[in-house]
Design a protein around this ligand. Structure first.
Ligand code: PLP
Length: 401
């Protein structure tokens, strides 16, 4: 990293992140370049944000053109793009309504607020029924709602007391979720695939069982698809594989393809729980963000990316399993679906991420021992092959030392 950037970071940036090892200054497709001109194959994609890779021409054109028309107007006024995007998302999720925000944490926060409104309606009283059951190992964001919903102590450490009203049951264990639901429960909130928690996928039986359970108990089934949604698993929403319809879905990350936007879909019958004045977001549904998200949806459709993710995702996972077989002392297994994949390592993953970066491949660590591979949805087979070569040669060097 150039010394000026490092000095500025060291002196002025809040030290809430680990010290960044490189500065990325340019991107094109699957490639990113640092400020010293080094090229990388970027399978970190801004942690599942750059769904179309860097600077896809359709995305660039949409943002550029919108910037010449209108950069922002508040939600005091209607924006045609917001209407278009809401309609497109409802066509994908089902009959319902959309709330726009800027981030994953705001989206999950909105689901938590929805659960409170639902609980109030069920019990007829404010503050009576507000328990939300979430999963151990989950991650739902850094706001107080998201952090309290999160099933990992390391995210919460230092910020106690948390919001009351959350309990955490073992992921994929329907009986334990059932036991955790009480007369005070208003919702269940889970990620169909836990990303930060180490790439753990919910089973179809678990998702279907939760749907039945929530319907039977009159509570909401809320899904956090912030990381696993927007095509990453080969269907637009990860839960589609189970054929269920949830009551609320949080989205962000890939939705804007690199432009900050979050969204919440709320099933029609619960969408009137929010009344005028009960919730809002200054930047929510900003025209530039909506233009970017509409471009992402257009490209997913026009380039048939869901099918491509399904096909190449199966092939890539099989190849990764081959690597695990070749290097059993290093790799314990492969988890995930589509292009949300994790290599489960037998050792701490931090040093490996650095070694891969030095070899030209950007990846993301998760849960201490999982190497996340998050290629853009439009990655080519050649790029996937290249990543396998880099992984193979770095593993080989590791074994030799
Ligand atoms: N929910 C999930 C499943 C996530 O993976 C994340 C971020 O990693 C969030 C919520 C929070 O999103 P953001 O960082 O945009 O607030």
């Amino acid at each position: 990293m150039q010394s000026k950037t490092k000095e500025l970071y060291d002196q002025f940036a809040l030290q809430n992140y680990a010290s960044p090892p490189i500065a990325i200054v340019r991107g094109e497709g699957t490639r990113a370049w640092d400020d010293e001109g080094r090229e990388y194959l970027d399978f970190s994609t801004g942690v599942a944000v750059n769904a179309l890779g860097h600077c896809h021409p359709t995305w660039v054109k949409a943002v550029q053109e919108q910037a010449t028309q209108l950069g922002h107007c508040s939600n005091l006024y209607a924006s045609p793009l917001q209407g278009d995007l809401a309609k497109r998302l409802c066509a994908l999720a089902g009959p319902g309504r959309i709330f726009f925000c800027n981030s994953g944490a705001e989206a999950t926060e909105t689901l938590v607020k929805l659960s409170r409104l639902h609980g109030k309606k069920l019990s007829g009283r404010e503050g009576q029924r507000f328990q939300v059951v979430t999963a151990k190992g989950s991650f739902h964001g850094r706001t107080f709602g998201g952090m309290s919903a999160t099933g990992q102590e390391k995210t919460q450490a230092g910020f106690l007391p948390l919001l009351t009203g959350f309990s955490h049951a073992k992921f994929n264990d329907l009986n334990l979720f059932s036991d955790a639901i009480s007369e005070d429960t208003s919702a269940v909130l889970i990620e169909p695939i836990q990303g930060e928690g180490g790439v753990h996928a919910a089973t179809v039986d678990f998702l279907c069982g939760l749907r039945e359970l929530c319907t039977a108990r009159g509570i909401l089934l809320l899904l956090d698809e912030v990381q696993c949604g927007v095509g990453r698993t080969g269907t637009f929403f990860a839960h589609e594989e189970a054929g269920i319809i949830p009551d609320g879905i949080a989205m962000a990350k890939g939705l804007g393809g690199g432009f900050p936007i979050g969204a919440v879909w709320i099933r029609e019958e619960f969408s009137n729980l929010f009344q005028p004045g009960s919730h809002g977001c200054t930047f929510g549904g900003n025209p530039l963000a909506c233009a970017a998200a509409l471009a992402v949806l257009d490209v997913i459709e026009s380039e048939n990316l869901l099918q491509k993710v399904r096909d190449l995702g199966i092939w890539f996972k099989r190849e990764l399993q081959g690597l695990a077989t070749r290097f059993p002392s290093l790799v314990a297994g492969v988890r995930g679906q589509g292009f949300l994949l994790g290599l489960v390592m037998n050792t701490e993953v931090g040093p490996l991420v650095a070694e891969l970066r030095d070899a030209g491949l950007l990846t993301v660590p998760a849960a201490g021992d999982v190497l996340r591979l998050l290629p853009p949805l439009n990655v080519s087979r050649e790029d996937l092959q290249e990543s396998l070569q880099v992984l193979g040669s770095v593993f080989k060097i590791k074994l030799e030392h």
